[in-house]
Design a binder for this molecule. Structure first.
Ligand code: BTN
Length: 325
């Protein structure tokens, strides 16, 4: 391993404490000057390193570079993150990952971009993806489970992402059926799963799970500001995108492994924010009104209509009814 990589690992292992230049030189088996050069090179890559005379160096907590090394070091999952690709800019990480998957990329391959020029949301919408702010990641999975469980993948990803965000910022995260995460009444994350059917038809060849989290503080502008926020703005805590990515991968693997037993559903139901409220639901050009009763075992939304009949919503979108004063 080269000096720069080893230095980064030593700084990470120090957990935010300072390490002196001479101690680092000893650990790395190089001169203090070589340590200094490696520090400069890391800074060139975008890492923020605090250096204080008589104390040494430490990785700054608000270092905001997307780093494969840090993600690998923090990632506790066995297979997700087996291959990590970080891009400066791409139209959409989902599109890129789908292409990789169609060409044989392995289960667990992750594509992350600093910026997406045409980030995709559900229902043909755009997902705003400004640079340096969000975690825009797509995970390729080659599921071994029967296709009947495929509709649960997005809800699994929602629970995994909610838990990861909560663990890092210590604040509650809600899920709005089916794929949006909310903090303080505003959206912080959206999920878009795209799948390709296998030849045998009872299995997926692959699925790409696209997760977009607004992480660092950001002004979304007049139009979006009332509906969208970031984890940092909602929690007041500085969040590392690398740590968040590693945690999402770990929780995602855990819940995907338990998908047949639907082990994520209790957590999903507990966090779902439409449940118990009057809502409107849109399916194509049809809109219905009703009362959200909860989520069934296939993560569909159960809606009680005004005529007393139950409606099961499996696709489309649902929103809380606006209270008109
Ligand atoms: C939504 O809000 O409707 C879903 C948004 C999904 C956004 C993520 S960002 C990473 C991945 N790449 C995309 O183009 N979309 C997903």
């Amino acid at each position: 391993m080269n000096v720069k990589k080893t230095l980064l690992i030593e700084l990470l292992n120090a957990g935010g404490e300072y390490i002196s230049g001479s101690e680092l030189a000893r650990q790395l088996g190089v001169s203090r000057n070589a340590v200094w050069k490696a520090v400069k090179s890391l800074e060139n890559d975008g890492y923020k390193i605090d250096s204080v005379t008589a104390k040494g160096y430490r990785l700054s907590s608000d270092s905001n570079v997307l780093s494969k090394e840090i993600i690998i070091l923090k990632n506790k999952s066995k297979k997700l993150g087996s291959e990590i690709i970080i891009l400066d800019e791409i139209s959409s990480t989902n599109n890129y990952a789908k292409e990789l998957a169609a060409n044989g990329a392995a289960h667990g391959t992750v594509v992350i971009a600093e910026k997406q020029s045409s980030g995709k949301g559900r229902l043909g919408r755009k997902f705003e993806s400004p640079p340096g702010i969000g975690l825009y990641m797509s995970v390729i999975i080659r599921p071994e489970f029967h296709i009947e469980f495929a509709p649960l993948i997005t809800s699994v990803a929602a629970v995994a992402s909610a838990e990861a965000v909560e663990q890092l910022c210590g604040c509650d995260v809600g899920i709005k059926w089916v794929n949006d995460l909310y903090m303080n009444g505003k959206k912080i994350c959206g999920i878009l799963t795209e799948a390709s059917l296998g030849l045998e038809m009872n299995m997926l060849d692959f699925a790409v799970i696209g997760i977009g989290v607004n992480v660092r503080s950001f002004d979304f502008g007049k139009e979006l500001k009332s509906r969208v926020t970031t984890v940092e703005d909602a929690s007041g805590r500085i969040i590392s995108r690398n740590e968040l990515c590693a945690l999402i991968l770990e929780r995602l693997e855990f819940y995907l492994d338990g998908i047949k037993d639907r082990i994520h559903l209790d957590e999903y139901r507990r966090r779902e924010i439409l449940t118990g409220n009057p809502i409107t639901a849109n399916m194509g050009n049809q809109t219905i009104k009703g009362f959200a009763e909860g989520v069934d075992d296939n993560a569909n939304l159960r809606i009680m209509l005004d005529n007393g009949k139950e409606f099961i919503l499996s696709s489309g979108e649902a929103n809380l009814c606006r209270i008109i004063k």
